[in-house]
Write a protein that binds this ligand. Structure first.
Ligand code: HEC
Length: 135
């Protein structure tokens, strides 16, 4: 009887250890992923020659117009339109365009469920720093 109990205890401990080991493995895995996501420096990101038409507009078209096109804005986009240069420029200059794509806690994070590529965020920042030209 005694041996059976001891065996059960030993067995439980092994399962416990295995569980701890698996948790650590997962935790470190998640940590790696998080590091990749947030500290990745986009090496070939050209922020010197940023153009509204080739760098900014396509990003907004593919990630934002689902909700912020002229047609969708009144419903899904809460009235915020990002279809024309004039409209985009308005949010560029008031800080909310960069604030939202860079997940600044003072703004609503945009898009809501994923982040646009880090290089696109840097290009948007550079374009705004240049005065958001229509180039
Ligand atoms: C799924 C729909 C959806 C998508 C896609 C989306 N937005 Fe929004 N956006 C909203 C809604 C809704 C609001 C109003 C705030 C809220 O309820 O989150 C908003 C608010 C904003 C604001 C105002 C933020 C503030 O804090 O004042 C800006 C700027 C903005 N969006 C820009 C963008 C940009 C840029 C993209 C693409 C990178 C984008 N949005 C993609 C739905 C969307």
């Amino acid at each position: 009887m005694y041996f059976v109990k001891e065996f059960q205890y030993f067995y439980k401990m092994k399962i416990g250890l295995l569980f701890i080991f698996i948790s650590i493995a997962f935790a470190s895995c998640y940590y790696d992923k998080e590091e990749d996501l947030y500290s990745a420096t986009p090496v070939d990101c050209d922020t010197l020659n940023v153009s509204y038409n080739t760098d900014i507009k396509p990003v907004i078209t593919s990630h934002c117009l689902n909700c912020h096109s002229n047609i969708n804005a009144s419903g899904l986009g809460q009235g915020i339109k990002l279809e024309t240069y004039e409209d985009i420029k308005k949010y560029a200059l008031d800080g909310s365009l960069y604030g939202s794509v860079s997940a600044d806690p003072e703004y609503f994070v945009m898009p809501r469920d994923y982040r646009i590529p880090p290089c696109s965020v840097l290009k948007i920042k550079a374009w705004i720093n240049n005065g958001a030209p229509n180039n």
